[in-house]
Each structure stands twice: as C-alpha cells, then as structure tokens.
Design a protein around this ligand. Structure first.
Ligand code: SAM
Length: 257
C-alpha cells in the first residue's frame, strides 16, 4: 500500500526523505493518524494558510496504515487484560516515527525534533509549550483513537505526551489541530505584525486586553472613552488595567505564580 498524505503540493523536493534543512528556519510538521482526510482543509485558512504559502511551515498528515505489514493493514488490537474497546498497536507507530523522524527511541532524536503523543493523560498544552514547538525543526504528532495507544509509545518513543485539556476527545486529530495552529502562529513572520504575538493572552502572564471596533455606540453600549482620545500613554495604561481586571475575573490562577 502506498503511503497516503495530504499537502504534498507544498512539500519541497527531497524533503520526503526526512533530510532536515539546517539552513532554513522552516518548521516541518508530520501528523500520524488513521484519518488523514480529517486534515484535508483545516490548514487552508488564514494565518496557517499564509504561513504555509510563505514556506514557514510544511504540514503533512500520514496514514498510519501505510506502516502496517499485514495484509489487512491492522492498526489496532484488543487490550491485554481484557476490557472494552481497541488499542492502537505499537509496531506501526514506531515504524512511522522511525521513517518520518529517523529514530524510534526518544533519546536518539536529534535536537530540534519533538515527537508528541496527543493524550488526555499528558501534560496540559499551553502557550509556553507552543513556543517551544514553534522553535523546533520538526514536530511529529501522533493521534490516538479508540481506548488509546499501546503504552510503550509513551514509555519509550515520544519526547512529549500532551493533553489539550481535562476532557476526553474521540481522537487525537482535533488536539493535533490545536497544537499545530498555536505553534504555527508563533513562527517569526506568521502574523501580520511581528509584535502581535507578544501582546496576546498568556504572553506576559495576563489575558489580552479588551478590543472594540466601530460603532462607538452599539444600541447604547459604549466603547470606553479613553480609546477614542488618541492619547497613547493613557490608552496603554487603560489596557494594562483592563487586562489585569479580566485576568482576575476569568483566570485568577494565572496571577498566582
Ligand atoms: N482511554 C483514554 C483515557 O481515558 O485516557 C481515552 C482515549 S481517547 C477516547 C482516544 C484518543 O483521543 C487518545 O488516545 C488521544 O490521542 C485523543 N485524546 C482524547 N482526549 C484528548 C485530550 N484531552 N488531549 C489530547 N488528546 C486527546
């Protein structure tokens, strides 16, 4: 069976063989999934689309079944010890990572490569981890399904086990989209303005300040007057206070550390 992948059109010549080009800052993202079609259009919009077009990043979704060796392309099997559901097998995942990232043990990955298992049991994804991922040369994301993934993947293969929050999804694909989106927008040049990422929520430990646009009066709801004055120092002060107030109200936990 030939390997199935999307986004082939933005792949550079020679890139397929996993030769990382040390001379560029480009991030390569490989997603391992049993549903590559899930990602067909999702990275075709807005900032992510522009970042891909500008060759800041390549994103490919790979069909895990391409790394099976049996004639039925089995990626899952019953859990040892009994219990409900199926478990994604270790062999094709190890083979996929070896083929995409050049190694199949976490200690053998060269610097700049992170192999991430999406899992509700992982450490919680946040802006700081997104920043680390954006600084990588290659990010390999493994999407689980069913009851999850054979634990030997978490034990010895991956560099990171990451959850996008304390809830259980049906599969790792939506989580992979979240991680990839958050990382790509932090790539230098991905946002319209170089400063925008540094003024967003979490960049300085606070939530973003509130934003308003026209009209100034929306059915009696007014834009704060200070924003209409053109007085930059006053506006900056107001925004800082408003960001602090919003953080206190919605995310007091951010102010504790
Ligand atoms: N049995 C697992 C448990 O209770 O921890 C849940 C498995 S879940 C139904 C199937 C797959 O969805 C997981 O292997 C993982 O890849 C993905 N997944 C579910 N919730 C997730 C989350 N909060 N963050 C990241 N991935 C998640």
């Amino acid at each position: 069976m030939s390997r199935t992948s999307w986004f082939g059109s933005i792949r550079r010549k020679g890139f397929w063989n996993c030769e990382i080009n040390e001379s560029t800052e480009m991030l390569r993202v490989d997603i391992i999934t049993i549903f590559p079609g899930f990602f067909r259009e999702v990275f075709d919009y807005g900032i992510i689309r522009r970042a891909r077009a500008a060759k800041l990043v390549t994103v490919e979704a790979h069909d895990l079944r391409a790394w099976t060796s049996d004639k039925h392309h089995m990626v899952d099997d019953r859990p040892f010890g009994g219990g409900d559901g199926m478990v994604l097998k270790a062999e094709p995942i190890f083979a996929a990572v070896e083929s995409l990232a050049g190694a199949s043990r976490r200690e053998d990955f060269p610097e700049g490569r992170r192999v991430v298992l999406l899992s509700p049991q992982g450490r919680t994804f946040n802006q700081s981890l997104a920043t680390e991922f954006a600084a990588c040369q290659q990010l390999v994301l493994i999407c689980g399904r069913y009851e999850g993934v054979d634990e030997r993947v978490a034990e010895t293969l991956v560099t990171d086990e990451v959850s996008i929050g304390d809830y259980v999804l049906s599969g790792g694909e939506p989580a992979a989209i979240v991680v990839v989106d958050a990382a790509i927008r932090l790539l230098p040049g991905a946002l319209g303005s170089e400063t925008s990422a540094t003024t967003e929520s979490f960049s300085d430990g606070l939530l973003d300040y509130p934003h308003y646009t026209r009209p100034t009066d929306f059915g009696g709801l007014q834009v704060p007057e200070v924003l209409l004055t053109g007085h930059h120092a006053e506006i900056a002060r107001w925004r800082r206070e408003a960001a602090l107030a919003k953080t206190k109200r919605n995310r007091p936990d951010l102010l504790k550390g």
